[in-house]
Design a protein around this ligand. Structure first.
Ligand SMILES: Nc1ncnc2c1ncn2[C@@H]1O[C@H](COP(=O)(O)OP(=O)(O)OP(=O)(O)O)[C@@H](O)[C@H]1O
Ligand SMILES: N[C@@H](CCO)C(=O)O
Length: 293
C-alpha cells in the first residue's frame, strides 16, 4: 500500500482566474493505492456521502484510467467537496503522485499536473489545472497552456470555510462572458502586483493583487455574508480578501501577527450572518508528498 497526502488549494486569488493557485498547509486528502486488476474506489472522511465511488466519476479514478494504472484506491477526504479549497483536485493530485510512484512511471511534476487536470475535467467539465498544480507542486503556481511555474513563498493566509455549498459548475455559470478594457487593465495590474508580492514574500503586495472587478463580485453574490466577512477581515488587519476558488471559502492574506485575529473576525462575521464557519490559518504550503511506501 502506497500513501500520498495532497493539500487543499486556493485557486484564482482574485486576479488570476483559472491561472493562479496556492497550496495550503491544511486541510488535505490522503490517498492510499495498491495494484489491482481493475480500479475500485472507497471514500471516507469529509463529505464522503457526496462523492462518487464510480471510478469514471471520481477524479482519482479518472487519473487511474489516464495512467492505465488500475488500483484499489482508498481516499480519506480532508478537503470538503464544493468548498472552494480544491477538494476534487486534492484527490486527483494525490492519486496522480501515488499511482505514478506505485507503477514507477517517473513522470515529471508538470506531466502529473496535466494528468490530474484530466481528472478535474471529468468532474467540472473543464480541465483547469489551477488547483491540481499547487496541490502537486506546492507553492504559488501560474498555469498556462504552454506550461506551469511554481514559486515558493512565505505569505500568511487564512481560508475561512462556511457551512454552505457552492459547486464549481454553478460558480462558473455566473462568470461574465466578456468585460471592458478598463477591467482587463485593472486585472493585469493586480495580477502583476500579486506575483511580485509572492516573489518578495510581501503580504501587502499579495493582498493588493487580490483586487479584481469581474469574476469576484459575480461570485460574491453566491456567498451569504461575503461583504461583512471581507469588512471584518480587513478591520482585523487583512491585506487583501477574495473568494477562494469557486467559493464559498473566502481567502485572506495578512501579516503573521494579525493571522489569528483575521481568522476569528471572519468566523464571527459569518456567524453574525447566520452561517457556521471554520478558519484554517495557513501559509503558502508544499505539495503532495508520499507518506507511506
Ligand atoms: N475525489 C473527489 N473528491 C471530491 N469531490 C469529487 C471527487 N471526485 C468527484 N468529485 C465531485 O466533485 C464535486 C466537488 O467538486 P467542486 O469543484 O464543485 O468542489 P471543490 O473541488 O471542493 O471546489 P473548488 O474546485 O472550487 O476548489 C463533488 O460534488 C463530487 O461529486
Ligand atoms: N478557476 C476555477 C477554480 C475552481 O476551484 C474556477 O474559479 O472556476
Amino acid at each position: 500500500m502506497l500513501t500520498v497526502r495532497a493539500p487543499a488549494t486556493s485557486a484564482n486569488l482574485g486576479s488570476g482566474f483559472d491561472v493562479f493557485g496556492v497550496a495550503l498547509d491544511r486541510p488535505a486528502d490522503v490517498v492510499s493505492v495498491e495494484r489491482a486488476d481493475e480500479t475500485t474506489i472507497e471514500v471516507s472522511g469529509a463529505g464522503a456521502q457526496y462523492i462518487p465511488e464510480d471510478p469514471a466519476k471520481n477524479t482519482a479514478g479518472v487519473v487511474a484510467a489516464e495512467l492505465d494504472a488500475p488500483a484499489r484506491i482508498r481516499i480519506d477526504k480532508g478537503v470538503r467537496p464544493s468548498s472552494g479549497l480544491g477538494s476534487s483536485a486534492a484527490s486527483a493530485a494525490a492519486a496522480a503522485v501515488a499511482l505514478d510512484a506505485l507503477y514507477e512511471r517517473g513522470l515529471t511534476g508538470e506531466e502529473l499536473v496535466r494528468v490530474a487536470a484530466e481528472g478535474e475535467a471529468a468532474v467540472s467539465g473543464e480541465a483547469h489545472a489551477d488547483n491540481v498544480a499547487p496541490s502537486i507542486l506546492g507553492g504559488f503556481t501560474v498555469v498556462r497552456d504552454d506550461g506551469v511555474l511554481s514559486i515558493d513563498a512565505e505569505v500568511p493566509l487564512v481560508a475561512c470555510l462556511p457551512e454552505i455549498v457552492v459547486s464549481t459548475r454553478d460558480a462558473r455559470g455566473v462568470v461574465p462572458d466578456s468585460t471592458s478594457m478598463d477591467d482587463v487593465v485593472h486585472t493585469v495590474g493586480s495580477a502583476a502586483t500579486l506575483t511580485a508580492g509572492m516573489q518578495r514574500d510581501d503580504p501587502t503586495l499579495v493582498g493588493r493583487g487580490m483586487d479584481e472587478h469581474v469574476v469576484t463580485p459575480a461570485r460574491a453574490a453566491l456567498i451569504d455574508g461575503y461583504d461583512d466577512v471581507v469588512a471584518a477581515a480587513e478591520a482585523a488587519g487583512a491585506t487583501g480578501v477574495t473568494v477562494s476558488g469557486a467559493g464559498p471559502a473566502i481567502l485572506a492574506a495578512c501579516y503573521p501577527a494579525r493571522q489569528r485575529a483575521v481568522a476569528s473576525a471572519m468566523v464571527e462575521a459569518f456567524e453574525n450572518a447566520g452561517v457556521d464557519a471554520r478558519a484554517y490559518r495557513s501559509s503558502v504550503g508544499s505539495g503532495a508528498v508520499i507518506v507511506e511506501k
